[in-house]
Design a protein around this ligand. Structure first.
Ligand code: BTN
Length: 223
């Protein structure tokens, strides 16, 4: 079962950073770091990740010998906890009604066969908790703060299943929740129409010049 041992901080810089240090000192597979607040939460593409104290589930999990579709598998696990209508915006933004309720940041040392899975899930944020620039794009489960620990327990259960699932099962689950399919999208260097997920977990995009695949980077929905 993932989540043992666990270190919990009332306040830390970044749970990913704390866990990285533990990983380098030999912490076992499944080690969990959680925090009530972060002062330097890290997001994808070098962005910061913020949440008011005690309003979000902030966690990092150490996976030794991680599956190569970890980033997608984690998205499926978080989406299952958030509910049947939850969608995934490739690679792993978790959306409810088009608003991002959770972000996932995988960092690691492939040469040392470990990865840190960092998840921020907006469990109990209120609309006013979001900074102005996120008011129209960020979402929340709008649960009470007391829901954070039970949601963590459910998430660890789902992650325990999805991080050992067959690739095909992960891909099928991602495709069922694909928020981008059929939508106009843009990325650095082009635009097209999202056309699903390939067998390696890459985003397929139809463009005027034919189909291409994106294996990293950021994709935007074109308004
Ligand atoms: C994203 O940009 O979508 C990913 C955000 C990931 C944020 C989480 S919060 C817990 C963990 N610790 C961090 O510093 N980042 C991740």
């Amino acid at each position: 079962m993932l989540g043992t041992p666990r270190r919990h901080f009332r306040r830390t810089d970044s749970t990913n950073q704390r866990l990285r240090e533990l990983a380098e000192r030999g912490a076992p597979h499944g080690t969990l770091v959680t925090a009530e607040a972060q002062t330097a939460g890290r997001g994808r593409h070098g962005r910061i990740w913020t949440a008011p104290p005690n309003r979000a589930l902030l966690l990092s999990l150490l996976l030794r010998d991680p599956p190569h579709l970890l980033s997608l598998a984690a998205g499926v696990a978080v989406a299952e906890v958030c509910g049947p209508e939850t969608k995934l915006k490739w690679p792993n933004d978790v959306l409810i009604d088009g608003r991002k309720v959770a972000g996932i940041l995988v960092e690691g040392r492939p040469q040392h066969h470990w990865a840190i899975l960092g998840i921020g899930l907006n469990v109990a944020l209120r609309p006013d908790d979001f900074p102005p620039e996120l008011q129209h794009t960020a979402g929340t489960l709008a649960q009470p703060m007391e829901a954070i620990e039970p949601i963590l327990a459910r998430l660890l259960d789902r992650l325990s299943a999805w991080t050992v699932a067959e690739d095909q099962a992960v891909l099928d689950a991602v495709r069922q929740r694909d928020a981008l399919r059929g939508q106009p999208v843009s990325w650095t260097g082009g635009r097209g129409t999202a056309a699903g997920i390939d067998q390696q977990g890459r985003l397929i995009v139809a463009t005027d010049a034919g189909h291409l695949t994106l294996d990293s980077g950021e994709v935007h929905l074109v308004a």
